[in-house]
Design a protein around this ligand. Structure first.
Ligand SMILES: [Zn+2]
Length: 194
């Protein structure tokens, strides 16, 4: 049995408040994160905002004056084009799963938008991306602390250490000889735990 990472440390995320020092607002979101953006949509005039919405459906991209709906497979190329076409005095808001937030964050930074103008909203789920510190395999949608690496097959424990570049938590090997013996029922002296 492994335990979920509900008490694990995460990077700091923002609540949805509009940046007042810009003239336009861009939203890049996974479809499931749209309810999170609603408070912002209510505060910002429709003519000042544009949205790029990533969907899991294998659709043909849809473009309207207010938003573009794109399939997940086109995320990178559409994000690059979207930022390039709208990069003047904008604030960018990103909403979705944590790995999505940081993948898009990297693209937006690369396109030359200042870090202070990029706003990451609270991730919509507890799923994480992890990176094995032994073989650098990246694994997505991880919800447990203990994971078997799909690259080197090591038993890994997810750490608090977070890489913004990869949008991933470091996961490093557990030394099997140090594993607690769960079958023993006697109480272990507390000092051994610290
Ligand atoms: Zn590995």
């Amino acid at each position: 049995m492994t335990s979920p990472m509900t008490h694990h440390l995460r990077p700091k995320y923002e609540s949805a408040t509009p940046d007042t020092n810009v003239s336009h607002y861009l939203f890049i979101a996974e479809e499931a994160a749209l309810p999170l953006l609603k408070p912002l949509f209510n505060d910002i005039d429709l003519t000042l905002r544009k949205s790029l919405v990533v969907t899991d459906l294998d659709i043909s991209p849809v473009t309207t004056a207010a938003y573009e709906l794109i399939p997940r497979s086109k995320t990178i190329s559409y994000t690059d084009a979207f930022i390039l076409a709208n990069s003047k005095n904008v604030a960018v808001y990103i909403a979705g799963t944590e790995s999505f937030l940081w993948s898009v964050h990297q693209r937006v930074l690369k396109a030359g938008i200042e870090k202070s103008k990029i706003h990451l909203l609270e991730p919509i789920s507890d799923l994480r991306r992890i990176i094995c510190t032994h073989c650098f395999t990246i694994m997505d949608n991880i919800s447990d602390i203990l994971v078997t690496c799909s690259g080197c097959q090591r038993q890994l424990e997810v750490q608090d250490q977070f890489s913004e570049m990869h949008g991933a938590y470091a996961a490093s090997g557990i030394r099997l000889s140090n594993k607690p013996q769960k079958t023993i029922k006697t109480i272990t002296p507390k000092k051994q735990l610290f």
